[in-house]
Design a protein around this ligand. Structure first.
Ligand SMILES: Nc1ncnc2c1ncn2[C@@H]1O[C@H](COP(=O)(O)OP(=O)(O)OP(=O)(O)O)[C@@H](O)[C@H]1O
Ligand SMILES: [Mg+2]
Length: 138
């Protein structure tokens, strides 16, 4: 499947306010791509959870929010990148209920359930890249 990127907006994620900006951008692009109200809520929640993870676990990074198209479908892709510590135990982090920050440990597993495609590239000391896509359904 070839994914065409129609528009891309890359933002720094360094402050709580940046998390809000990424969330708003995700919401606006999802709306523009014709996602349902339910799908918009899902991608918006994933946007803030994944941006919050950049802040909480890596201190800073970037978020790219993209309008994409593939096979006549329209969607939103988001890429969160950081050069933080990486995730040592990815299966455990994805299982949910595991947090190195004394939090609930639900951001990653919850985000995964809320999107259509979810990929993580991470290794200890190598940072983390999380890519998610939500497609519009007609
Ligand atoms: N970008 C990241 N860099 C490094 N570690 C991360 C990153 N994102 C997630 N993790 C690791 O995965 C764990 C699980 O992430 P998850 O978002 O589910 O929980 P949390 O952020 O700890 O708590 P919350 O429920 O508030 O999101 C984190 O505690 C952290 O150890
Ligand atoms: Mg989290």
């Amino acid at each position: 499947m070839t994914i065409r990127v129609l528009n891309r907006d890359e933002m720094a994620v360094e402050t709580e306010h940046d998390v809000v900006t990424v969330r708003r951008k995700a919401q606006a692009v999802a709306h523009g791509r014709g996602l349902s109200t339910f799908a918009i809520a899902a991608i918006t929640t994933a946007a803030s959870e994944l941006a919050r993870n950049v802040l909480a676990h890596a201190r800073r990074g970037t978020a790219s929010v993209e309008a994409v198209a593939a096979d006549g479908r329209s969607g939103v892709r988001m890429v969160f990148r950081d050069d933080g510590p990486g995730i040592a135990d990815l299966p455990r982090a994805l299982a949910g209920g595991y947090s190195t920050a004394r939090s609930l440990g639900l951001g990653l597993s919850g985000s995964r359930r809320l999107v259509d495609e979810f990929e993580i590239e991470t290794a200890p000391g190598k940072g983390t890249v999380v890519t998610v896509i939500k497609w519009a359904r007609f």
